[in-house]
Design a protein around this ligand. Sequence first.
Ligand code: NAD
Length: 509
Amino acid sequence: MTQTIQHWCDGKLFAGDSSATAPVTNPATGAVTGEVALASVADARTVIDSAADTFAEWRDTSLAKRTAVLFRFRELLNERKGELAEIITAEHGKVLSDALGEISRGQEVVEFACGIPHLLKGGYTENASTNIDVHSVSQPLGPVGIISPFNFPAMVPMWFFPVAIAAGNTVVLKPSEKDPTAAIWLAELWKEAGLPDGVFNVLQGDKVAVDELLTNPKIKAISFVGSTPIAQYVYSTGTAAGKRVQALGGAKNHAIILPDADLDLAADAMVNAGFGSAGERCMAISVAVAVGDIADDLVAKITERATTIKTGDGTKDSDMGPLVTKVHRDKVASYVDAGEKAGATVVLDGRTVQANGGADGFWLGPTLFDNVTPDMSIYTDEIFGPVLSVVRVESYDEALELINSNQYGNGTAIFTNDGGAARRFQNEVEVGMVGINVPIPVPMAYYSFGGWKASLFGDSHAHGTEGIHFFTRTKAITTRWLETAAVITRPARSAPGGEGLNLGFPQNA
Ligand code: NAD
């Protein structure tokens, strides 16, 4: 009998009334390891109420106390991230080192949020007018919803919830139903860190849960990450219901390799960025644009490296794990079929991989296409698998035009030793995150993460100062005190009825 993965509400597991569930599988074996609860509207409302009922108390908890909880959460996460990595590998399939990597990137946002008092400081103007002062404060929004995708079950929620919680909001996280256990582990860790019950909640489910988050008036803002069609839906539905929404969507990331590039560096980068995490990364490079006569050499170098990749169970000695579900594996394989049929050259064929894992695992090895043209579906569509396409062009301008005419604008990279070319590229390319000789340019936590065009709907990117702005709103307060205020008398601190003497530093007040 498999376990049911429940919601987390008001500081404890919550079964809910709905009997609907979805299977959770181990992608390396194909075995069903659990059933995740799919919330009914009533279940969703119970979880949202928990966040709403706790908001005033958490908002009014001092910054000193809030950040102390953040620090404890960071310490516990750092000590015990191995446990979380095992959960991620068991439900997502990525190799353990990669799972640890995503946790570390999430942890950086927790560390960023530990310093939030500095970032919440307002401004103060004395004597803006005679005897009138003006100051501003940043206040939390209320209960906020976070809806996350399957590919980063720890990191993507951590792009948002450390900042949201540090700023004084309460949270309902709706993780992907494909790998829902990491969210519960994080909820238990928050409790251990001393976060009051009800500040961080987990709502398991599908569209029913998402729709309730998007329309329930108690939820004030939504941070969504997932595919572009759902991001568009979330943005339009959430904003129509009066919420602040940031909805991060899909991607088709190109890397340009100029003729003067270090081809070994570029080939290493293409292999890491194309096949790492089985290509199930929103910042994966799926198109290598070879400029000029370097294409044959580049393809040879990528092939040489990619053939050494060990595909297998992420808990074993593997470089690349399986795809997340059988349905997704078959969809990616169908793109490989389509690319071959359309006339692209299959240099490496992942369909024939011998994986070091279960016979029923969702395997597809690294696949490399050469001579891909922009009319082919392997070029136009986000495949989200270990499929790298090489497109050959004659010039930098042709390469740039490919990127700028693409519907997506999440990440991109250029490989060159020419500073002038790199500088021109960073200026001209219409993409939110740019790498120069760096393949997956995920910004540090104190910068903001987000794409352009169909890769992000809304005005704010994740974490960094844009994340702080997203999870707060400002008030400007204008004050007049009369010059001759009444004299206030009160008992001396040491007198009867006084506050009492305390000569020490105040502690965590
Ligand atoms: P998805 O869009 O299928 O699911 C994302 C979330 O939306 C999940 O929580 C899911 O339960 C929910 N959802 C799914 N269908 C829904 C519907 N019809 N109505 C309401 N909610 C629904 O995405 P995924 O397959 O889990 O993740 C992969 C996608 O996420 C890729 O497109 C990838 O590029 C994108 N992604 C983007 C970024 C980024 O930073 N831009 C980061 C990670 C992933």
